[in-house]
Ligand binder design. Structure first.
Ligand code: PEP
Length: 249
C-alpha cells in the first residue's frame, strides 16, 4: 500500500533558533495521524532538526545533495554526510534547483543513483512550465523528465522513490492546479509507471502534488485517488498551516 506523505520544503528560510521553534510547535500541535510528516530544513540545520525530532514521528529530509561520493566540490554535501547524521530522505530535482542551478535530468539521474546507492529515499520533483501547458505539451514534458531521470532504475529501486509532481507555474505563485488537473496528471504518471514497471510499482509509488497547496485547498486536492500527499513550500513555514494540510487527509 502506498503511503500518504506531506513534506515541507523550508527552502532558504529559518535560522537555527527558528528551526527549533517551528519544530517544537509542530511536535506540540500535531495530532495522531497515519500521514507521514517530512520536514526539509536547510543543510546547516539538519542535525539540529534530527536531534529535535528524535522519536517524534517526523522525518527530516535534505533539500538537495551532490552526486559525487566526495572530493573537491566546494560548498557541496554528499550522501554519506547526510546519512551520517541520520538524514535518509532527500528532495531532488526541485524546479528552483533546475532553474537557478541548471540541474538537468541527466545530472539528476546521477544524483538519484548516488542516493539509492546509500539506501536513501528520494522525493523526486518534476513538472512542466506554463509555456508547455499553454501549447498542450505538458504530458510529453513530464514523460521525458521521468524517462531521462528515473526510467533507468531497476524495479526494486522504486521502493525508495517518491514522486512529487510540481507544475512550475503553480510554485510560490498562489496559482494552484485545479483538483481535476492534478488528478489528470497524477493518473497519467501512474499509468506511465505501470507501462514501464508494471502494476505493483505503479500501485505502490506515492505521488505528491506541489504548488501553492494551502489549508483551504488541500482537502480538495488530496481527495483525488491518485494524489498521495503534498510537497509544501510557503505554507510549511507556519506550524498551524502545515498541520492543517497534514490533517486534510
Ligand atoms: C515548492 O517549492 O515545492 C512549493 C510547492 O512551494 P509553494 O507551496 O510555496 O508553492
Amino acid at each position: 500500500m502506498r503511503k500518504h506523505i506531506v513534506a515541507g520544503n523550508w527552502k532558504m528560510h529559518k535560522n537555527n533558533q527558528e528551526t527549533i521553534a517551528l519544530l517544537e510547535e509542530i511536535i506540540e500541535k500535531k495530532e495522531a495521524n497515519t500521514t507521514e510528516i517530512v520536514v526539509a530544513p536547510t543543510f546547516v540545520n539538519l542535525l539540529t532538526a534530527v536531534e529535535n525530532t528524535k522519536g517524534k514521528g517526523i522525518t527530516v529530509a535534505a533539500q538537495n545533495m551532490h552526486q559525487a561520493e566526495g572530493g573537491a566540490f566546494t560548498g557541496e554535501i554528499s550522501a554519506s554526510m547526510l546519512t551520517s547524521i541520520d538524514v535518509k530522505t532527500v528532495i531532488l530535482g526541485h524546479s528552483e534547483r533546475r532553474a537557478y542551478f541548471h540541474e538537468t535530468d541527466a545530472l539528476l539521474a546521477n544524483k538519484v543513483d548516488t542516493a539509492l546507492k546509500h539506501n536513501m529515499r528520494v522525493i523526486f520533483c518534476f513538472g512542466e512550465e506554463l509555456k508547455d501547458r499553454q501549447i498542450d505539451n505538458h504530458f510529453k514534458v513530464i514523460e521525458y523528465q521521468l524517462r531521462d531521470a528515473l526510467f533507468h532504475l531497476e524495479k526494486s529501486d522504486w521502493s525508495n522513490i517518491v514522486l512529487a509532481y510540481e507544475p512550475v507555474w503553480a510554485i510560490g505563485t498562489g496559482e494552484t492546479a485545479s483538483p481535476a488537473q492534478a488528478q489528470e496528471m497524477h493518473k497519467f504518471i501512474r499509468t506511465l509507471i505501470d507501462k514501464v514497471y508494471g502494476h505493483e510499482v505503479a500501485d505502490n509509488v506515492s505521488i505528491l502534488y506541489g504548488g501553492s497547496v494551502k489549508p483551504d485547498n488541500a482537502k480538495e486536492i488530496f481527495s483525488n485517488p491518485d494524489v498521495d500527499g503534498g510537497l509544501i513550500g510557503g505554507a510549511a513555514l507556519k506550524a498551524e498551516d502545515f498541520l492543517a494540510i497534514v490533517n486534510a487527509f
